[in-house]
Design a protein around this ligand. Sequence first.
Ligand code: ZN
Length: 250
Amino acid sequence: MRTLYFDIETAPMVALHFRQWDSNAMKVIQEPYVMMVGYRLDTWKRAKTIQIWDHAEPVHPTLGFDPKDSKSVIERFYEIIDKYDVQRVCGHNSDKFDVKWMQGQGLVFGLGPMKPMLQTDTVKLARKHGNHRSNSLADLCEIHGIAPKHKPSHDLWHRCMTGEKAAEKEMEKYCKQDVNSQHDLHKIYAPLDNLVVSSTGCPNCGSPDLTKNGKHQSRAGIFYQQYRCNSCGKYSRARRKTPDIPSYYR
Ligand SMILES: [Zn+2]
């Protein structure tokens, strides 16, 4: 399955507040927008990025870019999905955040709905299958021994919004690193992902090297041949039911 790992960086909303810790803004001065998208196809060795500053210049000394200019970032992402015929998107907390952002902004800019794709969220996989102390990307990377996550300072976002070149480079590095971490984390949890049916090979990694591993019984009580992948360890089952029912059920 053609999977695209991706992670977005958004510019914060600019709003008026009377006091620093007021959560209720009096007035929104500028909408939040997508500054950068990092992405990597499952067959690639490294991540690439789409950046607002490749297509636009800041228009204001403090506010920086015009949020309308982020349309080019969303358009480019939609083009990439079509170009590589992506069938699944995967990210960390992406069901709640990244996918919705890209969908919502596509509708704002009149690009219509995104192509329907399967969605895999590594935070959901980690929550479901591991009782870890934390499910943040940084902590899961530490727990699983994946390259440590670089923590940017909070002023990085504003420096990027106003077009500071050094900040743009740092954001790019940070975004690519997140995509690569998500990719590595997904590889650990992918054998537990909810893809169970096998036609010609492993539904997770595509390997044809499968070993028969007992029978899988569905909730409806139907038996299928079960396989274990010798490459990634995922269990899957045959598409057709088997007449070969285990002796202890007869
Ligand atoms: Zn496999």
